[in-house]
Design a binder for this molecule. Sequence first.
Ligand code: C5P
Length: 235
Amino acid sequence: ARTAVVIPAAGKGVRLGPGAPKALRALNGTPMLIHAVRAMAASRAVSLVVVVAPPDGAAEVKSLLDAHALPERTDFLVVPGGETRQESVKLGLDALPPEHDIVLVHDAARPLVPVDTVDAVIEAVRDGAQAVVPALPLADTVKEVEPAAVTGEPEPVVATPQRARLRAVQTPQGFDRATLIRAHETVTDDVTDDASMVEQLGLTVVVVPGHEEAFKVTRPLDLVLAEAVLARRRL
Ligand code: C5P
């Protein structure tokens, strides 16, 4: 089985504050996207990485990747992305050569995921799962609310799901290729991850343990944490 990874990296990163597209912002001097690509290429099972670049940034991303050495076993492709994450992933899937039968989708915004997590996801797909997500239990209690029509108004709580049954889901998410492609061809609802599209097909998605260091760099504080993790790794 050959494994490819699609990395959606076309988001603007509005929540991170003004600046370059999120994936191109530096963590300890190296663009977040390069960290993410290296994290995927660290797995010996991964033979291709498809990077989905900001629509007007494909050339810049291509030269960035040319400038940062990857292991010899890993090829890469760069394609321009779309308006939504879902569209960007679809554009990445469209570029996949036929020989890869396992596909991972990994957010550029999770640059520090350890290789053991990547390998655990691939292993679970090899063992027969159609869709696999790494996930962690929650520290916070989560409430469902009726979102306020006007920002700043108090929001009534609708429900409190049992925390012990909830998981915070990360990437890379792993799929049998045909299943993921069918999901992207069939499901048109707005979703925030790829596995939920497979769920909508009525298929089973399984969870493997995620990792704290696979957190998503979303807000300014996440940059501080990510740089601290990198500094600790160098010790
Ligand atoms: O916005 P969110 O944090 O869910 O983005 C997750 C990942 O999807 C990021 O790596 C981002 O670059 C990517 N993305 C994309 N195309 C978009 C929006 C987000 O590739 N239009």
